[in-house]
Design a protein around this ligand. Structure first.
Ligand SMILES: *Cc1c(COP(=O)(O)O)cnc(C)c1O
Length: 360
């Protein structure tokens, strides 16, 4: 068996230890005589899995008791609609910062339900930076302010949160979930699709401050009503049981490595190897301003489309897969989530050096 280094933006690599554990428990989960895939979501065995997953997440992220943890479906994209449906019901206004495609999609959904407003955008430079905002830029009447914390496609991240004053802040953390410590108390809600850093596809985790619940519009579909999901402990209907189980294994893996401080250290080390090389290379360069660079998604280019294509092809033959950049940026993108081992990045950089020498 030979496994590749998968630099996909998502679905992405899972820790090998997690895959092995899941394989070993595939036919008989802890003496139940069944796979987690087969068991009732109302069974005692599964109840323990989902409760353990929540407890581990609360421990690792230091989530206060006045926040609910919800396990949802529909992808991050379904939350683009669920967020206005649940919260845009006071003034009917909401403020959005557009830092890329995902924030823009969220904004477009909100426009269907109320007065969504663009506070700032970095579209003028292909989203290669995080726009600066001041407290006065936000409408004090807005029901919430919305950001995408880590921009998967463009490779930028908020190192410092915008000051929104008393306006509740909501963040999409899909591509930086569990990559480093996060002060949940700064947010009214954070949420993310699991398929980047937490589990296979099919699961969204939302962490919502309790006072935000119950504000939904009457037309809100029951499945998108966060209050209903919270009141039913995420078991209003059948949840994605197997994905929640893998999520639990990933959380155990993170805990075994020392928690989110340790993840941050590891991720900084990995990203530095790649960024240092990009800054010294004459052929490759990063596309993001240095102060807003993401630890998770690293877009880079050469000056030639031909060379980019040659690089992607040769890299793939060497077992470095999914390095093609998003079509709106071009070039390459290496997504180096938690599960990417340091050797994966070291070997990629060694390959890039060799490619640069051979093609200079
Ligand atoms: C991948 C991604 C999404 C979309 O997730 P789906 O689960 O496919 O809907 C949204 N936001 C961010 C930041 C992402 O990286």
């Amino acid at each position: 068996m030979s496994r590749v280094y998968n630099f996909s933006a998502g679905p992405s690599m899972l820790p090998e230890e997690v895959l092995k554990k899941a394989a070993s428990e595939m036919l008989d989960y802890e003496g139940s005589g069944q796979s987690v895939m087969e068991m009732s979501h109302r069974s005692k065995v599964f109840d323990k899995i989902i409760k353990d997953a929540e407890a581990l997440l609360r421990e690792l992220m230091n989530i206060p008791d006045n926040y609910k943890v919800l396990f949802l479906q529909g992808g991050a994209s379904a939350q683009f609609s669920a967020i206005p449906l649940n919260f845009m019901n006071g003034s009917g206004k909401a403020d959005y910062i557009i830092t890329g495609q995902w924030a823009n999609k969220a904004y477009q959904e909100a426009c269907k339900y109320g007065e969504a407003r663009i506070v700032a955008s970095s579209k003028d430079k292909t989203f290669s930076y995080i726009p600066k905002t001041k407290r006065e830029d936000f409408d004090p009447e807005a029901d919430y302010a919305y950001i995408c914390m880590n921009n998967t496609i463009y490779g930028t991240v908020y190192h410092e949160l915008p000051d929104t004053g008393d306006v509740p802040l909501i963040a999409d953390i899909s591509s930086c979930f569990l990559s480093e410590p996060l002060d949940v108390t700064k947010f009214a809600m954070v949420y993310g699709g699991a398929q980047k850093n937490v589990a296979p596809a099919g699961l969204v985790i939302a962490i919502i401050r309790e006072d935000m619940l119950g504000k939904q519009r009457d037309i809100t579909p029951t499945m998108m009503n966060y209050k209903v999901q919270a009141d039913n402990d995420s078991l209003y209907n059948t949840p994605p049981c197997y994905t929640i189980y893998i999520c639990k294994l990933v959380l155990e893996w993170i805990k075994s490595l020392g928690g989110l401080e340790k993840m941050k250290e590891r991720n900084e080390k990995k990203a530095k190897i790649l960024y240092d090389f990009l800054d010294s290379s004459k052929m490759f360069r990063g596309t993001v301003v240095p102060e807003d660079r993401s630890l998770m998604n690293v877009p880079f280019v050469t000056d030639s489309d031909e060379l980019n294509a040659k690089f992607i092809k040769e890299a793939e033959a060497q077992g470095f897969v999914n390095l093609k950049g998003h079509r709106t940026v071009g070039g390459m993108r290496a997504s180096i989530y938690n599960a990417m081992p340091i050797e994966g990045v070291e070997k990629l950089v060694a390959f890039m050096k060799k490619f640069e020498e051979e093609n200079a």
